[in-house]
Design a protein around this ligand. Structure first.
Ligand code: PGA
Length: 275
């Protein structure tokens, strides 16, 4: 396993977080190149938690060959925990067994479904709980469509997506507060993903602040102040500085730019924002 869950709890003062989502891209040679962008950083900042989410087929390779400074994450996890007759599925327990201790859950592309039935917020919440109870850490993605934003439903949609997770966690037995330290929330407006259109810093900050307020009201003050809320949607080296200077933006989930050398620049920009 890459890290002990205990050490994850210790990182509670909102250590900034930069994730790279490689999506369905890559071949062995490209994977080598993309790992090289972080492996080649002489000045890898200790003050930032960095993660990459390669396609499943490359997970073990990346775990083996990427600098130990970088966490390795699945892009998706099965609704079914354990092992068994679920052809094509990859469970949290399988990931754990392979040494992968993170997964993305609820990315908007999976919620949309690529021509299949997409994942509802209820499925996303159940996957999140399954992953957490199998000792994985989760990057939980939420975000509104352009239509929902235009109808001024952004906060309603985002809070609705989060509320499903809160209620699934609250349904677990015993004290559940600690589980939140194993979740990073990624706010990713769907209209900004892969489009080159980035939310303005003010638009992103407004939603991040509202998400923190949501946790204050619906979970606890301590979760509200400690949970990392990162922004995703056309993050590049050129806009990272302005976004990271917002008080409630704790880092990024980067798609397209995580396949470029500028991923290292984004990590450096986030580290410098701490100085
Ligand atoms: P993008 O993707 O940076 O290419 O917009 C972000 C994401 O999908 O996580």
């Amino acid at each position: 396993m890459q890290e002990e869950r205990k050490s994850e709890q210790a990182i509670s003062v909102r250590t900034p977080f930069v994730g790279g989502n490689w999506k369905s891209n890559g071949d062995p040679s490209k994977v080598e190149t993309w790992m090289g962008h972080v492996n080649g950083m002489e000045d890898f900042p200790e003050s930032v938690q960095v993660l990459v989410a390669p396609p499943a087929i490359f997970l073990e390779r990346v775990l083996r060959d990427i600098t130990p400074n970088v966490l390795v994450s699945a892009q998706n996890v099965s609704l079914h925990t354990g092992f068994g007759a679920y052809t094509g599925e990859m469970s949290a327990d399988m990931l754990q067994g392979a040494g992968i201790s993170w997964t993305l859950v609820g990315h908007s592309e999976r919620r949309a479904g690529f021509g299949l039935e997409g994942e509802s917020s209820n499925i996303v919440a159940r996957k999140t709980v399954g992953a957490l109870t199998s000792s994985l850490n989760v990057v939980l993605c939420v975000g509104e469509s352009l239509e929902e934003r235009n109808e001024e439903k952004t906060l309603e949609v985002v809070c609705g997506q989060l509320r499903e997770v809160v209620s699934a966690i609250n349904d677990l037995d015993g004290s559940t507060e600690d589980l939140w330290s194993h979740i990073v929330v990624a706010y990713e407006p769907v209209w900004a993903i892969g489009t080159g259109v980035t939310a303005t810093a003010a638009q992103a900050q407004e939603v991040h602040e509202a998400i923190r307020h949501f946790f204050e009201e619906e979970v606890s003050s301590s979760v509200a102040s400690s949970i990392r809320i990162i922004y995703g949607g056309s993050v590049k080296a050129s806009n990272a500085q302005e976004l990271i200077s917002c008080p409630d933006i704790d880092g990024f989930l980067v798609g397209g730019a995580s396949l470029k050398p500028e991923f290292a620049d984004i990590i450096r920009t986030v580290a410098e924002s701490q100085a």
